[in-house]
Write a new protein. Structure first.
Length: 186
């Protein structure tokens, strides 16, 4: 590829990666909706024994948010890392590390999404089972434990979002170095 065309390609890729956001949404889409009056979870008719959720953000938002479980943004980040690996075939250690970090974060975010969904469902089930329970002490304890589990997962997601934001910044820095290298070769 001509150096000028390669510079344009790298600059365009850089702008795409810079536009990706690291948003601490705490996987809000998993939260169960509560009825306005009773504050009980809204049960779904289908699938059975499930609860209505807040739901996913719009596809446009998800396509730019690196921390979402249901995103295409990490695919873009992965493509940029692949580009760095191709460019640095003789010195691919930084890109290889970046690819490993992205793979790890991708897996952890997906696993956490399922765990958070299960925790939200467990909380909803406790709310439903204990509605009007005379044993306020035991009920309150179970609710606090379930809520704390969810908070722990939300904090963990925050940590993953911080890490993926740092990864994005590192990829941009590596692209900047590659742009500089290609510009000197031109």
């Amino acid at each position: 590829m001509q150096p000028q065309n390669r510079l344009l390609r790298l600059s365009s890729l850089r702008e795409e990666i810079v536009a990706l956001c690291a948003v601490k949404c705490r996987m809000f889409h998993e939260r169960v909706i509560a009825e306005a009056v009773s504050m009980l979870p809204v049960v779904c008719r289908f699938p059975e024994s499930n609860y209505q959720r807040i739901g996913l953000c719009s596809p446009e938002l998800r396509s730019q948010r690196l921390g979402c479980s249901h995103t295409t943004a990490r695919i873009k980040l992965g493509s940029a890392i692949d580009e760095l690996e191709i460019a640095g075939a003789d010195n691919s250690r930084p890109a290889s590390f970046l690819a490993q970090e992205l793979n790890w974060l991708n897996n952890e975010i997906h696993l956490l999404d399922h765990r958070k969904g299960d925790a939200e469902k467990a909380l909803a089930k406790i709310l439903e089972e204990t509605y009007g329970s005379p044993d306020r002490v035991r009920t309150g304890e179970r609710l606090r434990e379930a809520e704390e589990q969810i908070r722990k997962m939300e904090r963990l997601h925050d940590e993953y979002v911080d890490r993926i934001g740092e990864l994005r910044d590192r990829v941009v820095t590596e692209i900047d170095s590659l742009i500089e290298q290609v510009a000197h070769e031109a």
